[in-house]
Design a protein around this ligand. Sequence first.
Ligand SMILES: O=P(O)(O)OC[C@H]1O[C@H](O[C@H]2O[C@H](CO)[C@@H](O)[C@H](O)[C@H]2O)[C@H](O)[C@@H](O)[C@@H]1O
Length: 549
Amino acid sequence: MLEFKSKVVYQIYPKSFKDSNGDGIGDLRGIIEKLDYLEFLGVDYLWLTPFFVSPQNDNGYDVADYRRIDPLFGTMEDLEELIAKADKKGIGLMLDMVFNHTSTQHEWFQKALRGDPEYMDYYIFKDGRPEQLPTNWESKFGGPAWEYVPYLKKWYLHLFDATQADLNWENPRVREELKSILRFWKKKGIKGFRFDVVNLISKPEVYKDDFEGDGRRFYTDGRHVHDFLKELVRDAEIEDMMTVGEMSSTSLENCIRYSNPDEKELTMCFNFHHLKIDYRDGNKWELMEPDISALKELFNIWQVGMQQAKGWNAVFWCNHDQPRIISRLGDDRKYWRESAKMLAASIHMMRGTPYIYQGEELGMTNAGYESIDRYRDVESLNYYDIMLKQGKTKKDALEILAARSRDNARTPMQWSDKDNAGFTEVEPWISLPDNYKTINAEAEAKDESSILSFYKKVICLRKEKAVIAEGNIEFLDKRNPDVLAYRRMLGAEEIIVLCNLRGKEAVFNGNVELTTYEKILGNYAKEGERLGKLRPYETVIYEKMRIIP
Ligand SMILES: O=P(O)(O)OC[C@H]1O[C@H](O[C@H]2O[C@H](CO)[C@@H](O)[C@H](O)[C@H]2O)[C@H](O)[C@@H](O)[C@@H]1O
């Protein structure tokens, strides 16, 4: 049985982590250079986003060869060295398997384009006339989800970019190919896998128009998804590896099934509902103040719901698709340090496996780009055009991108106050925010009161206290509009976590006698402390005092 409950995962976006060869792009040797830093932080696994051969239209989520390393990032020898050196430090590598779709450059798709029926059945092709789309579904990156191939007189499905063709999981040969890829990487010493949008793999039997939405209700958590996952995990023999599924627009019921160990599917799931609390009417491209009550309710539903049915959450605020949480729910200026630490505590003390996205542990902020030339992400560039076509001004569209673009998370890791933040010696592939002079790993590593030091402490606490790794959770003061509060319990052990989510004072009104607890960690100095009263973005972690007979 995999021991995973006390583990912490660190996500690396290789392209933006560390450039070792002076081409402005991060690479595998850059990660090797920084292994000491990752050991110092105390993480157990590294999830690396895709570095396989790819045309990079979606920064590697368009894989053209699942078994080869893109020369942009290095060689197989570099990866083997990374696996071995990380292993010596007790750190396991998790690879990102993009199995919902391949790049149209993949040899399977190329053969399909040449009309080979065996490979056409690897994808989802539909007969049709050029003016008649098979369904009205929308691609998640904007525009229709179908692309026409005139000489084949067929459309193919792409839920993402037109260069990312959806695989046909109904075809057993496709499933065999994917299992063999997993076996290949397992043999190399890889310790886990993250499966990209894996709840979208099972498409409907009949394709019909969606008059209520963009089509997602027909393929999300689809009819065979649980069977496909069970078969994949069983046949590729990865039951004892750390596995996490990225579940797009999913439901609690399905995530319970994906992650309950009795089902033998995955170790845990990512869901994104808590990161949509500032989408107006569910639309990512319409800004709104975060709805804190909705956030609290979602944590309650997912944390308690998964606990009741033996499911397991991946808990996180940040990844390579999300704007930086400090700029979103915190205050990246006046209360930068306090709010970053509060957000760290809020997640790291929860029930589930915490994921830290590179730079989050430093309090890295959104990019703050003021011009469209700075953006690189396919989704951001597509939506900029769509927003202009919808009648938004350039200024408004840029304001929306500044808050919502995935590039906010993809700026280079801020290692030091040197040129290009010590990430590269040349112009980086994407530009840096100016604040690297003050927000950087070198400065924070020396400072006991830094955000980085606080992350080290919360990681350590999870390893020291079984109640954090394994205890039950119960939310407190649920109606409080400002304070997120919960209790973790395991036998006689108990901790209470209070987080003020606002930039003003707030009061905790839970029915708890705080005098019977002692503070074990907080983000403010002792001076000015008042029980149950929280300063702006204050967090306090209390432990129940033991009564010694
Ligand atoms: O917002 P959701 O519907 O809940 O979906 C979650 C994320 O799904 C997509 O992300 C992943 O797949 C993409 C295609 O391979 C890739 O571009 C991305 O980097 C992957 O993480 C979607 O692109 C994200 O915006 C959603 O957050």
